[in-house]
Structures are given as C-alpha cells and as structure tokens.
Ligand binder design. Structure first.
Ligand SMILES: Cc1ncc(C[n+]2csc(CCOP(=O)(O)OP(=O)(O)O)c2C)c(N)n1
Length: 353
C-alpha cells in the first residue's frame, strides 16, 4: 500500500456496505448475543444523548453510536483477566465487556456509586473486575499503558492480553508510534484497535494525514495487521479472533483498523453537520444506512434466525434496564466533599476502602 490519498478505498465510502452482512459460518447464537450487546450500547448512548440535551447531565458525553460493532467484535475473544484500555469515547468498550449501565450512568451523573466513584464522569471509566482498566480523555494516553499491562501479563505468565482502543486522531500522537515500536520489539501481547471514524474532533482525516488508512503505521513497525469494515461485526470478530490469538500465543502484538463512523458529533447529542468541513447531511444519512445493528439484524432475519418480534422484545428488555439503572443512579448520593482527594494520593486511598 502506498501512503497516499484514499488508501481505504470503498471502506471509507459512505455508500458502501448498505446491505445485510454476510454471516458466513458464524454461529447464529453468538450473532444474536452480539446483536443484543450492540443494541444495549446504542440504546444506552441514545439515552445519554437525550439526558445531556435536556440538561440532566452536567459534563460532556462523547458518544460512539454507530461504532458498536468494533468493541463487540473484539470483546468476543476477551476474558475477564485481560486488560482493556479506552479513551474519551469508551462507553461501547465498557458495555461490550458486560459493564453495568447503572455504574456508567451513576458515573456520568457524578454519583458515589459510579464506576470511578463519581470523580471522573463519562471519560474516566474503570471496571477492573470486568477487565476494563480505564479510559482517560488524554488522546492516546492509555496506549502506552496497554503495552505496559501486556508486558506485565507476560511476566506473570497469565496468557492474558491487553487491548488499546484509540482513534484515527490518536495515531498522530508520538506516543502511539513509540508504543507500536516497543510492543513489536518486546513482542508484547497487545492488540491495538483503531476505530477510524475519519474525524478527529471536527477535522476530516484527509486534512490531517497523507493517507486515510492508519494501518500503514502497523506495516511500518512490522506488526501483524488487519483492515476491516468496522460496521460489519462478522468481519471485526474474524480479524479480532486471529489477532487476539496471535497475541495470546506469544507471537507478538496485533493491529486492527476498523473503519466506522459516529452518528453524533464530536461531543454530546448534536449532529455536527454544520461545523465540519466534510461532514455533510448526505454522508451522515449514508453512514446511518450502513448501520452495524440494522445490517446484522437484516441478515439474521433473512436466515430465519431473528424476527421483528424478537427485536421488539430485546428492545423492551433493554429499555426496562435503562430506565431502572437511570432512576437508581439519579436517586444515588453524591460523594462526600471530604472524599475529594481519595484515590488521588496513596495515603488517602489507603484510608478509604
Ligand atoms: C493530548 C490531547 N490532545 C488533544 C485533545 C483534544 N481532543 C479531544 S478528543 C480529540 C479528537 C480525537 O480524535 P480521535 O482520536 O480520532 O478519536 P474520536 O474522537 O474520533 O473517537 C481531540 C483532538 C486531547 N483531549 N488530548
């Protein structure tokens, strides 16, 4: 691949991939589970968008609706002792690991029952029991941490892997290149997952990089890599299975570039069709038609493995979970003022279980 122009080809074309997915020999039971998880992520984020719009959430929320297939396809191959890291847009990464909606909502509301005890909000999520070692808003900030966690896992001979999710904007940070180099030299069991949604804040990748394919950085570092349609959960899981297996067997890091698109703007509920240079209403509509959930549901229906009735029932069940989790989080207490420095300094942390 030459590092020039639109190296992603049709994968970056909003008009590409509107039809049902090709399911191959993926077991239908697994696909139904993935559909359910994607719906859970989508509906939780849509709920957060509305609550933010209506002024019920004080801090910003970076939503990844439209990108659900990436985290769900990758998480398929992870276990609770693996170490997963995210960034500012990480609701999907957490929920795909089975994260609690109540813990997420309470965190977003700044409540003591939140995943980070209400101290961080949407961009500081942590759920170590489920393997989510944390997200922070410093772009690319957790990528080197994932390499370190992978090395620690190898030193402990656990067979665990680490995963670093980051965006196409994050590859512009020098620390990502250092992390790729170190991981390759030390054969760290880490999977780098780039969710290439073509934008960094409001700027299209064509205005920031000489190629729209970030997989070229893996090739430069001699790291095994795959490039997939990130709105095709079958493709994502196939590539992730190979790359996670490669890392788990001690053969070195992997790099997965998943091309996708976020339905909401950079932050909060707006569309951002009026601020971006290349984010047009037509593009957004096309990408919405390339819906990872709709495409999987259509394919399962065509195969006789899903129905409108099942879809409705799944939606109702998740709606109930969201309503209950939200009401609980709203009713929960805020942290005590004297807890402000807990978990910042070791001595204070020791004093508070
Ligand atoms: C080190 C650093 N630089 C800049 C920012 C401001 N910032 C927050 S999100 C963002 C865009 C990141 O784009 P990308 O990595 O592609 O992720 P996406 O938002 O598309 O999911 C920027 C520039 C930041 N938070 N941290």
């Amino acid at each position: 691949m030459t590092a020039s122009g639109a190296a992603l080809g049709p994968l970056a074309d909003p008009a590409y991939g509107h039809g049902p997915l090709s399911l191959g020999d993926t077991p239908p039971e697994r696909l139904r589970g993935q559909l359910h998880t994607m719906l859970r992520i989508r509906m939780a984020e849509q709920h957060l968008a509305l609550m933010r719009r209506d002024g019920l959430i004080g801090g910003p929320v970076h939503l990844g609706a439209g990108q659900e297939a990436v985290a769900v396809g990758v998480s398929q191959w992870l276990r609770g002792t693996d170490r997963v890291f995210g960034g500012h847009r990480s609701h999907s990464h957490l929920i795909a690991l089975g994260g609690s909606l109540h813990g997420l909502f309470a965190e977003v509301l700044g409540k003591d029952t939140g995943l980070s005890r209400g101290m961080g909000g949407s961009m500081h999520l942590w759920d170590q029991p489920r393997g989510f070692y944390g997200s922070v808003p410093i772009v690319a900030g957790t990528v080197p941490l994932a390499v370190g966690a992978a090395l620690a896992a190898r030193m402990q001979s656990t067979g665990d892997v680490a995963v670093a999710y980051f965006g196409d904007g994050a590859v512009e940070e020098g620390v990502v290149q250092e992390s790729l180099n170190l991981a390759r030299m030390l054969k760290a069991p880490v999977l780098f997952v780039v969710e290439n949604n073509l934008f960094s804040s409001h700027m299209h990748i064509s205005l920031r990089q000489p190629s729209n394919a970030t997989v070229r950085f893996a090739q430069a570092h001699d790291i095994r890599a795959e490039l997939v349609d990130g709105n095709d959960v079958v493709a994502v899981q196939g590539a992730a299975e190979r790359l996670v297996g490669h890392a788990r067997r001690g053969e070195g890091p992997g790099f997965l570039e998943a091309v996708t698109y976020r339905w909401y703007g950079h932050v909060d509920w707006r569309d951002d069709v009026d601020v971006g240079v290349n984010r047009s209403i037509a593009d957004l509509e096309n990408w919405r038609a390339r819906d990872p959930i709709g495409r999987l549901a259509a394919a399962l229906k065509a195969a006789g493995e899903w129905s409108d009735g099942r879809h409705e029932a799944a939606t109702m069940e998740i709606r109930g979970e969201i309503d209950q989790a939200w009401q609980q989080a709203v009713a929960d207490p805020y942290p005590a003022p004297e807890a402000l420095l807990d978990r910042v300094y070791a001595a204070r942390r020791a004093a508070r279980p």
